[in-house]
Design a protein around this ligand. Structure first.
Ligand code: TPP
Ligand code: MG
Length: 797
């Protein structure tokens, strides 16, 4: 018996395609006149997914499911939400405009309920896989109440599968026994530039099967299936199967007449096949040939609703790019737009009267009442917004760091977590750590020994059972709190992104901490950017960093990461020199990660800390003598604000040294060497170039808007320096990180740092080589500050 939902779903599909197409056309043709804006890449790409998204959103999905929508299908997504009353006409009229509906679905910028932001192809896809793992993590820890497990669904362009991070995720998913993940491939055999290679489907199928996925191919729609059963139908099927992608696309574009000619030329037999072709009008023939699985509601419903297991599934759905539009199938259609004439024809075909383009029920063949009643019961939307929240976890007033006379910040990090693991409590229980095969070498070992590794099924540590001595316990259990990943840094950041949205997606707060070697941030950078863009909350601890990792050489040393820390939106970057600073930063971060307040700036720092965000800590393996001091509330505050005077400059100071991170001993030594010839030398410890700079910029903007009192932390710190006082800045990273300090009040500055690939050597060798040692600092001070030549320099060989 035919599914009673089908007639309404067919009407809705038509409406959704209409609304999406009108959104694009309207934005382009109306606003393009004003600002020359062109909407590319949406029209044909959206139409390709219209049927699949109708079947999913209007029927198959459940409220607990979550979806990552292919970036260019955003008009379809917005149209569905508009139909459900969750998107406004005003925003659709302003599609891609200022504050309008977003070009690519955005969790942070769209008003409709976007589950995962997409845009950079491949990332949303992988995020669904990691979200499934997070769902398992949450459930295994006994959280999440009685909410049923949801499916994490990705709608994927076929060319999107070229992105390597998808395969990295597949591999990782296999290791962790991923479940409840559905990837629906929009197999339109077109990318942006071209038609895809022949036989791609075969590679896709084999690959997914190799990773243990169920593969459901949706190639022929129900019209085609019926036609194959007619006399001569088998020959038609064989023809379709052997037709090259390019030709199928070209004929699709040309329409019924072209199909007829080609099919008759190739198959005409004056017998059953000819009859099969001739009994159909041009329009019917075109509909038959475009009736691929991905455009056939009955096949799609059967496929989606027929899955009764929780294994991951790849749906390979054949589609037509530009389906239902005059652009269908043309290889250049990615940026294609309908002309005004074409749109007039499309409008007429949809029975939409001029001026009624946004009316929800205009032109539909079923009574409004019936459709409304259906919409009111669509399961996916039945429970309201899918965006959850979770209360913030309390953070201890102080974090213990077991400070020793000499230690590195990386050791300090391991110690802070170890102490937290020992202490226990709600924060410790919600921390989840993860690392791409660098757990032990980034000092997560002690934490993992106490809290264990996560796996859905317990797995003993054979070395322990065999009584072989080892520093590391490697025990997996559903209660474990460390997710061990393979080496792919993209996976690390996508995992952090998924974990860091747990409060919003699953309503359960997690505090994710990921570690990696600092230089490999670049390997996962787009995924890090993506995680920040969707406002995931996590702490990334990058260690070791800089040329301080001396014997490892240029391939393992990082130069640009401090600049990434400064420029990455949504990520607050710190670089401590001492472990007591690190403990303060981590404590503050645990609160900051959980904040979700208003965006008003703090009048002291001009930072918008109440909104919260993620945190990046750049650490080092260099063992440094630790200061013996009491952590006062003022010092704590300054460390978080970004800088404090380790040695306050006197009123007549002619030079100050400003340093960040592991070069602290060199800066301290240089101040000592300068003392003979320069009075009152100041030593500024910069704990966050990112926050200092952001506060300075924000205060400047506030002043430009008329708030003359606005003053940032760095402006106050440098405010008392004499006009001709010089500044020397130094860090183990790119000198531009601190090179702006002189601009704050117009002081002369020399900026030291690392600009070129490092090499192997000792720390002293490399600091000398790059000019970030004490001598180089003294040299720079001599050049930057007025006064007689520094005598110490004369004594140098
Ligand atoms: C990482 C990244 N690189 C490049 C692009 C530009 N881009 C957008 S869509 C697209 C091709 C998409 O083809 P496919 O995934 O098959 O989707 P279709 O348009 O066919 O639906 C490209 C190259 C992007 N969005 N992200
Ligand atoms: Mg494609």
């Amino acid at each position: 018996m035919s599914d009673p939902r089908l007639p309404i779903l067919a009407e809705l599909e038509k409406k959704i395609l209409w609304l999406a197409s009108w959104t694009i056309h309207n934005a382009n043709h109306i606003r393009a006149n004003e600002d020359g804006m062109k909407v590319g890449g949406h029209q044909a790409s959206s139409a390709s997914l219209a049927t699949i998204m109708t079947a999913l959103y209007m029927a198959a999905l459940k409220p607990q499911d979550r979806v990552a929508v292919k970036p260019h299908a955003s008009p379809i997504f917005h149209a569905i939400n508009y139909l459900m009353g969750l998107q406004t006409q005003e925003k659709l009229e302003n599609f891609r405009g200022y504050k309008g509906a977003q070009s690519y679905p955005s969790r942070t910028k769209d008003i409709d309920d976007v589950d995962f932001s997409t845009g950079s192809v491949g990332l949303g896809v992988a995020q669904t896989l990691f979200s499934s793992l997070v769902q398992d993590y949450v459930k295994a820890h006994g959280w999440g109440g009685d909410t049923p497990e949801g499916r994490m669904v990705a709608l994927i362009g076929d060319a999107e599968l070229d992105e390597g991070n998808i395969f990295e995720a597949l591999m990782e998913g296999w290791k962790h026994g991923v479940r409840n993940t559905w990837w629906v491939i929009d197999y339109n055999r077109q990318s942006l530039d071209a038609v895809v290679r022949e036989g791609l489907y075969d590679r896709i199928e084999q690959m997914f099967r190799a990773f243990g996925w169920d593969v459901v191919t949706l190639k022929y729609g129900s019209l085609q299936q019926a036609a194959f059963k007619e006399k001569g139908g088998e020959r038609l099927k064989a023809w379709i199967d052997s037709c090259p992608n390019q030709l199928y696309s070209a004929l699709t574009f040309q329409g019924g007449g072209a199909w007829r000619k080609r099919l008759m030329d190739d198959l005409g037999d004056q017998g059953p096949v000819t009859k099969l072709i001739e009994k159909r009008s041009d329009a019917e023939l075109s509909a038959l040939m475009c009736n691929l699985g991905g455009h056939d509601l009955p096949s799609l419903l059967e496929a989606f609703e027929g899955i009764r297991h929780d294994r991951p599934v790849c749906f390979l759905a054949y589609t037509v790019k530009g389906f239902g539009l005059p652009l269908a199938g043309h290889k250049d259609n990615h940026a294609g737009l309908m002309t005004k004439e074409q749109m007039a024809g499309f409008k007429a075909a949809n029975k939409v009267r001029p001026g009624h383009e946004w009316d929800l029920f205009e032109g539909l063949n079923l009574p409004e009442k019936e459709i409304r009643a259906f919409l009111d019961k669509v399961p996916f939307f039945a429970k309201g917004r899918r965006r959850h929240s979770a209360p913030a976890l309390p953070v201890p007033a102080k974090l213990e760091a077991g400070i020793q006379a000499t230690m590195s910040t990386q050791m300090g990090f391991g110690k802070v977590l170890d102490e937290l693991a020992k202490l226990g409590g709600p924060l410790a229980d919600r921390i989840v750590t993860t690392a791409p095969d660098v757990t032990v070498s980034t000092n997560l070992g002690p934490w993992v020994n106490r809290r264990g590794l996560f796996a859905r099924a317990s797995m003993a540590d054979t070395f322990k059972d065999e009584r072989i001595p080892s520093m590391q316990k490697w025990e997996f259990s559903p209660k474990g709190q460390h997710i061990e990943l393979g080496i792919a840094e993209m996976n690390l950041f996508i995992n952090l992104s998924a974990l860091g949205l747990s409060h919003s997606i699953f309503g359960e707060r997690l505090i994710p901490i990921g570690t990696l070697y600092d230089p490999f941030i670049s390997r996962g950078l787009d995924a890090l950017n993506y995680a920040c863009y969707q406002d995931a909350r996590f702490m990334v601890v990058a260690t070791p960093s800089g040329v301080t990792l001396a014997p490892e050489g240029g391939a393992h040393q990082s130069i640009a990461t401090p600049l990434i820390g400064m420029s990455q939106d949504g990520l607050c970057a710190f670089e401590p020199a001492f472990v007591d600073e690190l403990a303060v930063m981590m404590r503050w971060s645990f609160e900051y990660l959980q904040k979700d307040g208003e965006g008003d700036p703090d009048e002291r720092t001009w930072l918008r800390d109440e909104t919260g965000g993620s945190v990046y800590l750049r650490l080092s393996t260099r063992q440094v003598e630790q200061p013996k001091r009491t952590m006062t509330p003022e010092l704590e505050r300054d460390i978080i604000d970004g800088a404090y005077w380790l040695r306050k400059p006197g009123p007549n100071a002619s030079v100050v040294i400003a340093y960040t991170g592991a070069v602290a001993p060199e800066a301290i030594e240089a101040v000592g060497l300068l003392a003979e010839d320069r009075r009152d030398v100041g030593l500024l410890a910069i704990t966050s170039a990112d926050r200092l700079n952001a506060g300075w910029q924000a205060a400047e903007r506030a002043r430009q808007r008329g708030n003359h009192e606005a003053t940032s932390h760095i402006e106050r710190l440098l405010g008392d320096l004499q006009r001709d006082c010089g500044i020397v800045s130094v860090l183990d990273g790119h000198p531009a990180t601190l090179a702006w300090l002189g601009s704050v009040h117009g002081h002369k500055q020399k900026a030291l740092g690392v600009e070129h690939f490092g090499q192997t050597g000792t720390v002293a060798d490399l600091y000398r080589h790059f000019g970030i040692d004490a001598n180089a600092i003294v040299h720079a001070a001599n050049a930057a500050a007025p006064g007689r030549p520094v005598r110490y320099l004369k004594a140098l060989p």
